[in-house]
Ligand binder design. Structure first.
Ligand code: NAD
Length: 416
């Protein structure tokens, strides 16, 4: 996993889709280079009086279909290639669910776990200031990602609003708290979208959802709510891992008891209504559904060759390596790819942006119904295209995405 290069993997998937779709070679070349990469230094006065200098980025991969859209990540191993890959995948994700955005991503290389609230706020506000020249409701609309949340988005929105003249500018950021123009149903949006894909895949494969066994890697903002949704729909969640360990119960883990344990212990490890297992052995558990909801590159060749499930639904971004994809294909394991499976989050971000710009808040039911309709439409078109081309769902999703982006590029033409 140390050698996993997300930008190289993204280019390989783009090249494959370009070939399958017969993409115009000029447009293909255009998509192989991010439109704009901004690298910034982020000096922060720490609580002990010293100044630490962090490195941050904001990347626009493509903005032909609309403003760049993508999260902000605070992580100690973040680098420019990873941010570029995540930005490109946002271009393809927003195209697969057909929402009027391009692809962007950003973040700061730092370990937020060691910051006080004051340090985190100063880092966020300085980073927001540094990248502000390329942000705005019509240019680039950030959202939360790994280690950022509604609080960070509120600081970002406030900093931008102050810089731009003081008035509240809710359309500048999504994933905001409800009190400053956030949307209802933001919290569980990604998990709800993943659930729609799981239900649709099970229906297509004539598999029963009720009674099926599921294994989850990650019990955070996506994996946690998803475990509830699966169990309340009648699935048995038999194995869950997180950064601290893994638990197994063939009769099904109780997600609310597990969440209570995680609240107290900070990890699923040590949960007494299940048996401890090695996190790596999770992949081998015989089951119907596997959901990676944690790390990039988590399903490698080794995990793929031992995988005990029939369907993988990628809640995480880029959890499957290129080598693993080939193994899974050979083993006839169906993979619902990240750019489709976890697109519920960005879809509800789109709804939030639309509400912020309308100045009109939608009811919870409207958000949920439109999310379900959007995910079902996207799933159906990817499944049908995969069938027509005789390729994996991932390859079909990339084909649909590059076709939509290419159509927009061709329609707008090349400036000047
Ligand atoms: P999170 O930080 O809330 O949770 C991450 C989970 O992964 C935690 O349970 C953590 O313990 C676990 N984890 C970390 N390292 C691990 C390891 N080595 N082995 C096993 N588990 C490990 O993050 P999240 O928001 O739930 O995001 C998870 C994934 O989903 C990321 O890839 C993210 O990019 C993707 N994603 C999230 C959203 C969203 O709405 N939050 C939307 C789209 C995609």
């Amino acid at each position: 996993m140390a050698s996993f290069d997300p930008w190289a993997a993204t280019l390989e998937r783009l090249d494959d889709a370009a070939k399958l779709a017969g993409l115009d070679s000029d447009i293909h070349r255009l998509l192989r280079t991010p439109r704009r990469v901004l690298e910034v230094s982020v000096p922060v006065r720490m609580d002990d009086g010293r100044v630490e200098v962090f490195i941050g980025w904001r990347v626009h991969h493509d903005t032909t279909r609309g403003p760049a859209k993508g999260g902000i990540r605070f992580h100690p191993q973040l680098d420019a290639r990873e941010v570029a890959a995540l930005a490109a995948n946002m271009t393809f994700k927003t195209a697969v669910v057909n929402i009027p955005f391009g692809g962007g991503k950003g973040g700061v290389r730092c370990d937020p776990g060691r910051f006080s609230a004051g340090e985190l706020e100063r880092l966020t506000r300085r980073y927001a200031t540094e990248i502000s020249p390329i942000l705005g409701p019509d240019r680039d609309v950030p959202a939360p990602d790994v280690n950022t949340d509604g609080r960070v988005m509120a600081w970002l929105m406030d900093t931008l609003s102050m810089m731009w003249g003081g008035g509240a500018n809710p359309g500048a950021v999504t994933g905001k708290p409800l009190s400053i123009g956030g949307t209802r149903s933001h919290a569980g949006a990604t998990a709800s979208g993943v659930l729609s894909c799981i239900r649709a895949a099970f229906t297509e494969m004539d598999m029963s959802f009720v009674g099926a066994r599921a294994v989850l890697q990650g019990f955070g903002k996506v994996g946690g709510p998803l475990a509830f949704l699966l169990a309340s729909g009648g699935m048995r969640v038999i194995g869950v891992s997180d950064v601290g360990g893994a638990v197994y119960n063939p009769g099904g883990l109780d997600p609310s008891a597990l969440a209570g344990h995680v609240d107290r212990a900070g990890t699923v490890a040590g949960f007494d209504a299940g048996d401890p297992i090695a996190p790596d052995d999770l992949w081998e558990l015989e089951c119907e559904l596997v959901v990676p909801a944690a790390l990039e590159g988590a399903v490698d060749e080794h995990a793929a060759s031992r995988l005990g499930g029939r369907v993988i639904v990628e809640a995480a971004n880029a959890p499957t390596t290129l080598e693993a994809d080939a193994v899974l294909d050979r083993r006839d394991i169906v993979v619902v790819p990240d750019i489709l499976a976890n697109a519920g989050g960005v879809t509800v971000s789109y709804f939030e942006w639309a509400q912020s710009r309308q100045g009109f808040a939608w009811e919870e039911g409207l958000v949920a119904n439109r999310l379900r309709a959007s995910m079902d439409t996207a799933f159906t078109s990817v499944w049908a295209r995969a069938d027509a081309l005789g390729v994996s769902l991932r390859r079909a999703a990339y084909v649909i995405a590059v076709e939509r982006v290419a159509e927009a590029i061709a329609a707008r033409g090349l400036f000047p």
